[in-house]
Design a protein around this ligand. Structure first.
Ligand SMILES: C=C(C[SeH])C(=O)N1CCC[C@H]1C(=O)O
Ligand SMILES: [Zn+2]
Length: 599
């Protein structure tokens, strides 16, 4: 057979890269058409284009593996071939590939179009997850109404896709095995490029669990005060429906009933945005301005022409927020059913972080147009949002009254509010893939999907279902990422490394000194308009996945591993306060690992 020299290989990579970009652009266009307008024809078109793309990928792969790339000298050539030699789901026979794609598309449709009847007005049965149910879970203080919304949504979403999910697992594992992985869980962690990755995550969780147990104990007490012993036991599991969020993954919506020091100005931009007549565009323009103040990139015109920044009327679509790269170096979009709230302003920054990453690495070969690892991609926007969220910044941009001052109690309130977002999230960010890794490995079989889910929800989050659960239910399927086949450990990684990035960028911006953290507390840092910080961040972002992630992390933080020091430094004052407060009220820290109430 013809010997493929390293020179041949470089020519081949150039040709293949152009073709990959072309196919990825067509696939993204078809996927966008479906996700933004769910109809039979947009589904058929999406499935057809995806099948064509998979055919092309399989043909290309047959050529790629002919190159003796492990023998080549150039590490950049080897790295591209290494990534290109993993074909992914396209390794499946065509009919199975199409079946898998259709199953995931249909599960997303069920999730995105699920509707329930109103608790009070049982005739009104057109309530969607976004915005109606999200709003009800955030605002209602009626445990029975909250229980209704929690249980009815699960009937219309997760329970309805259980059978399809079983087939999804089988096909996803079959594809992984065709790529020489033992099962899909091994393929899902490959981009972290470390056999120790899952142990590192477990170590991080053990370091952070005490912080979580403290805020869990405090919130449980406040909910017990609010709802009474019959609804919330003082030392048990927290009922999942009372935490202000459909999945109990962030607890910001119970801030107002658990504020450490009531009567203070809440650090919330909602009222100011409404007062100033903000629309969704204005929220995204504000985010863009933060990035350009760091000397990072503005959005191209197509972004504003083609993004969907608020929920369109009269059609079904996937409202779950997402950012899109169309791989032509010009077309980047966000789809978000934005409402004028503080939380959606933060989500807007999260999504704009994805697009900023796309812009920073758009010059790279297609195979490198990814995060250094997936956690990096989730951390970009959140890192910026840590600055945006500060009272100092919100005052500066006119979204908080200029006279709201930073007395110690207001400051603690602020840290507590951030803890309800960031600390509360950690066990959920972990257990989502703990459950899926075991499902892919076959340790969790379909006949104990739900029981294992609630065992993990109890062990890691200390929460329980508000109504009996059985294997007729499929609660993991009521979370978008489960039915959309989006791995989740990336968010746990993000919630750890975003504080490492924040600490490093704040130091660069002269707003934090790790040797004297009291002088300029990390949680007050705002890197706004710091070109030094922005240039440093940009240096890392522009690498995409062309280098192993420890090298990318080292550029910004000077270290090569994930560690909880940034997060612990940020929340140190809160941890101190929570420990004192919980001791004062004699709270039991943690919860009994008794058998779940609902088998
Ligand atoms: C906003 C996005 C799109 Se990447 C998202 O899915 N997030 C952001 C935070 C965690 C996770 C979730 O909503 O579950
Ligand atoms: Zn994201």
């Amino acid at each position: 057979a013809k010997t493929y020299t390293e020179e041949d290989a470089k020519q081949y990579l150039n040709k293949l890269n152009a073709e990959l970009l072309q196919h990825s652009n067509m696939a993204a266009i078809a996927e966008w058409a479906y996700a933004s307008n769910i109809t039979d024809e947009t589904l058929q078109n999406k499935l057809k284009v995806a099948a064509d793309t998979a055919r092309f990928q399989k043909e290309a792969w047959k050529e790629t593996v002919k190159y003796p790339w492990t023998t080549y000298k150039d590490p950049n050539v080897r790295r591209q071939f290494k990534k290109l030699s993993v074909l992914g789901a396209a390794a499946l026979p065509e009919d199975k590939y199409e079946k898998l794609d259709k199953i995931v598309s249909d599960m997303q449709n069920v999730y995105s179009t699920a509707k329930i009847c109103d608790f009070k007005n049982r005739e009104k049965c057109d309530l969607n997850l976004e915005p109606e149910l999200t709003l009800l879970l955030a605002k209602s203080r009626d445990p029975e109404e909250l229980k209704h919304v929690w249980a009815e949504f699960r009937k219309e979403a997760g329970d309805k896709v259980r059978k399809q999910f079983v087939q999804y697992v089988e096909l996803t594992n079959e594809a992984a095995r065709l790529n020489n992985f033992s099962d899909a869980s091994e393929e899902w962690v490959k981009d972290y490029e470390s056999a120790e990755f899952r142990n590192q995550i477990q170590e991080l969780w053990l370091q952070l669990r005490p912080l979580y147990e403290q805020i869990h104990a405090y919130v449980r007490r406040r909910l017990n005060e609010q709802y009474g012993d019959a609804v919330v036991k003082k030392d048990g599991l927290i009922p999942a429906h009372l935490l202000g969020n459909m999945w109990s993954q962030t607890w910001g919506n119970v801030y107002d009933i658990s504020t450490p020091y009531p009567g203070k100005q809440p650090v919330d931009a909602t009222s100011a945005m409404v007062e100033k007549g903000f629309d969704a565009i204005k929220m995204f323009k504000m985010s863009e301005e933060f990035f350009t103040s760091l000397n990072l990139s503005a959005m191209p015109d197509t972004f504003w022409q083609r993004s969907i920044l608020k929920k369109p009327e009269g059609r079904s679509l996937i409202c779950h927020a997402s950012a899109w790269d169309f791989y032509d170096g010009e077309d980047f979009r966000i789809k978000q059913c934005t409402r004028i709230t503080h939380r959606d302003l933060i989500t807007a920054h999260h999504e704009m972080g994805h697009v900023q990453y796309y812009l920073q690495y758009k010059h790279l070969p297609k195979v490198y147009r990814r995060g250094a690892n997936s956690g990096f991609h989730e951390a970009v926007g959140d890192t910026i949002a840590l600055s945006v969220s500060t009272p100092k910044h919100l005052r500066k941009v006119g979204l908080l009254p200029a006279d709201s001052k930073d007395d110690p109690q207001s400051e603690l309130n602020y840290l507590y509010n951030m803890g309800l977002e960031k600390i509360a999230f950690l066990p959920f960010g972990y257990l989502m893939d703990l459950w899926r890794w075991d499902v892919f490995k076959g340790k969790t079989s379909p006949d104990n999907y739900n029981c294992e889910w609630w065992r993990l929800r109890q062990e890691y989050q200390g929460i329980e279902a508000p109504v009996d659960r059985s294997e007729d239910n499929f609660d993991p399927g009521s979370k978008y990422h489960t039915i959309a086949s989006v791995p989740y450990i990336r968010y746990f990684v993000s919630y750890v490394i975003q504080f490492q990035f924040h600490a490093a960028l704040c130091e660069k911006a002269g707003q934090f000194d790790p040797k004297d953290p009291e002088r300029m507390p990390l949680h007050q840092c705002d890197i706004y308009q710091s070109k030094e910080a922005g240039n440093l961040f940009g240096k890392m972002l522009s690498l995409g996945s062309s280098k192993p992630w420890p090298e990318a992390m080292e550029i910004v933080t000077g270290q090569r591993k994930m560690d909880a020091s940034g997060l612990m430094a940020y929340f140190r004052p809160l941890l101190k306060w929570l420990e004192e407060e919980n001791k004062k009220t004699g709270e039991k820290i943690g919860w009994d690992a008794s058998a779940p109430r609902h088998g």
